[in-house]
Structures are given as C-alpha cells and as structure tokens.
Design a protein around this ligand. Structure first.
Ligand SMILES: [Zn+2]
Length: 250
C-alpha cells in the first residue's frame, strides 16, 4: 500500500466533517526538550514550514539559555512545564512517575514551583502555565494545589476526565511505540487512531485532539508520520491546528 492509501481513511473522515460544516481542532505537544539539537531543528523545521503551532514540554532542571535563545523568535512555539528533572521515583514494579505519591507533597510541589520560576524567567511570554507531568502521570491528590503555584492547565494522555479540579488539555495519539523496539508506530495504526478520535468528536466536540511526539527519540517512521499528518491536514478545510494558548483561553 502506498502512503496515499494509508491516509485515505483520514481524508474520508475529514471530508465528512467538511460536508457537515464542522472543523476538527488539533494541537501538537512534543516532550522532553532541554536544549537545541538536530532533532529539535527538524521538528521546528517541519512545524514551521506547515505553520502549525507547537507546545514544547521542557524539563526545567536541565534546560537553559541556549534553548531560550533558539526559541525566542519562534512565534508559533510555546513552552510548558515538564515536571522538574524527569526523575523516576516509583518502585521498579510500578509505572514510572516523578510526581507520584512516593515523596511528600510539599517536596513535589516545591520542585514544580522552582520549575515554574525557571521557565517563566527563561522563556518569558512563550511560557504557558501548563503542567505536563513526566510519563503523563501525577498523584491525583496534588492536582488541587496546582493553581496555587500559578499552573492553570494540566496536560496528560487520554480522554479528559469530565470532573477535574483544573482545566485539562490532553493528548490522545502518541506516535511512538514505547514497548519492545522503540520507534514510530505503524502509520496505518496511527491513522486509525486519529480517525477514531475524530469519530468520537463528530457529534460532541468536547476537546481538541492532542498529537504527542518526542523529537529526541524519533526514528524515520515517526518523522515520516508527523510530516505526512501535517501535509494531509494543513490543507484540509475541516482542520484547524490550534496553539495551546488559544485552546485554554477559549
Ligand atoms: Zn517526558
């Protein structure tokens, strides 16, 4: 099958949205940035050429002036808080977590407060007060304390819970396979996932579709999917790629 065929179900679903006069909202979150790298250049090149807004989840303990300088003129790029140092504090038999219940709440919240200040100082107006927990996990008991730190939005993975003490801007399609051989997931599978997300929103567009990428570990399959997805969607009248800031303001 050609790449064209693989994307046909996506095109068909978007055509259905267009025929119904609907617009599907997408947003792009990429995790783990700390500094300029060739992979980051590739990501910025792809999204910049497509005119698609990008939110980078940046690790505050490891980042610095180099990334801030590189991003300063990127008008379509925002920075969100990606935990503190991306350190796993869970036991070996548990799923990885930095912001879990393994440490006292004031310790974890103190790290987030420090991280918030670092990113705000480095990135200024490009920083949005949104927390992206490493591994998309956070101790639920901490969430109600986030607004006090200035964090207005939480971004994890999966459909947003109906009841949340904080605004959610989630991601829904992760282009990477984290099990076994690390690499981009098969394109037909990813297209099917995006189509499923679109179908669940056709009658009730409760939340935008978040695409999740990790530029530092992309292989050719992952890069090709991102590139193809952008190419396919940016010209489709039923798609609007939104910045995280515009989505949380709405
Ligand atoms: Zn991460």
């Amino acid at each position: 099958m050609t790449a064209h065929d693989i994307r046909a179900p996506l095109r068909a679903e978007l055509d259905r949205w267009q025929a119904a006069g609907k617009t599907a909202r997408f947003w792009l979150r990429d995790d783990d940035a700390i500094e300029p790298t060739p992979a980051l250049e590739k990501l910025l090149g792809l999204t910049g050429a497509a005119g698609v807004p990008l939110t980078l989840a940046v690790i505050p303990a490891s980042t610095g002036e180099a990334l801030a300088t590189r991003l300063a003129d990127e008008s379509q790029v925002l920075v969100a808080l990606h935990g503190w140092s991306h350190t796993n504090h869970a036991r070996p038999d548990e799923k990885k977590q930095e912001l879990g219940a393994h440490r006292a709440a004031d310790v974890v919240l103190g790290e987030l407060r420090d991280g918030f200040e670092i990113l705000q100082q480095l990135f200024g107006r490009q920083f949005i007060p949104m927390l992206v927990p490493p591994w998309n996990r956070i101790n639920g008991a901490l969430i109600a304390d986030l607004p006090e730190l200035g964090l207005e939005t939480l971004s994890v993975y999966g459909a947003a819970k109906a009841r949340s003490p904080i605004r959610l801007l989630n991601t829904h399609v992760d282009i990477m396979n984290w099990h076994g051989i690390r690499g981009g997931r098969p394109h037909d599978e990813l297209v099917a996932d995006v189509v499923t997300e679109l179908r669940t929103r056709f009658d009730d567009d409760a939340e935008p579709i978040g695409i999740l990428t990790h530029h530092l570990v992309h292989d050719e399959t992952a890069w090709a999917f991102l590139s193809d997805l952008l190419t396919e969607t940016i010209t489709h009248p039923a798609v609007a790629w939104k910045s995280a800031a515009s989505l949380v303001d709405a």
